[in-house]
Design a protein around this ligand. Structure first.
Ligand code: AMP
Length: 169
């Protein structure tokens, strides 16, 4: 199945010069969603995944469904101040300023095999920070999985683990 027709290009959103990949048409189509989640789960099927980590917020739309198909748990990585328990935090550089992500300090064990999920790989800053945060727990990071890889932005080169994607631009 080709999911490209379910991705809407929105020019100059959220600011001038950015072409935003809007996944809401994909979310609205159950066959396209089923294909997408199955493809992401299938790519990780033989990796022995024990935890699927999703990145706030659009990673949450795919990661729990992938985790259910892989018969393992889901772990959220969130923006600061959202998670209720004790957290580990990683700050990372944006074009202007910094941002941060957090994860519960008991969310991952050193014997876990982790798949990290987000909707879009752009510059890779967010996923690189998530990988570095998760590495602190000492697990195996099997792969970073995306619905869309904007390959022309070079994010793949920043990943210290294999990269999976359903659709490349
Ligand atoms: P980055 O850290 O640059 O790889 O950006 C990744 C995050 O920003 C992902 O969580 C995406 O949801 C979002 N993002 C970045 N660029 C785009 C884009 N062109 N279209 C849709 N989402 C994007």
């Amino acid at each position: 199945m080709d999911i490209r027709p379910f991705i809407r290009d929105v020019p100059d959103f959220p600011k001038a010069g950015i072409t935003f990949k809007d996944i809401t048409p994909l979310l609205a189509d159950h066959l396209a969603m089923d294909y997408t989640v199955n493809t992401m789960a299938h790519a990780a099927n033989n990796l022995g995944i024990t935890k699927v980590v999703g990145i706030e917020s659009r990673g949450f739309l795919f990661a729990p469904a992938i985790a259910a198909r892989l018969h393992c748990g889901f772990v959220p990585v969130r923006k600061p101040g959202k998670l209720p328990w004790k957290c580990k935090r990683r700050e990372y550089a944006l074009e202007y300023g910094t941002d941060a992500i957090e994860i519960h300090e008991d969310a991952i064990k050193s014997d876990d095999v982790v798949l990290i999920v987000d909707d879009v790989l752009a510059t890779g800053g967010t996923m690189a920070a998530a990988i570095s945060l998760i590495e602190e727990f000492g697990p195996t990071i099997a792969a970073a999985s995306f619905v869309i890889n904007l390959t022309f932005l070079g994010g793949t080169e920043k990943m210290s683990c294999p990269v999976h994607s359903v659709l490349d631009y």
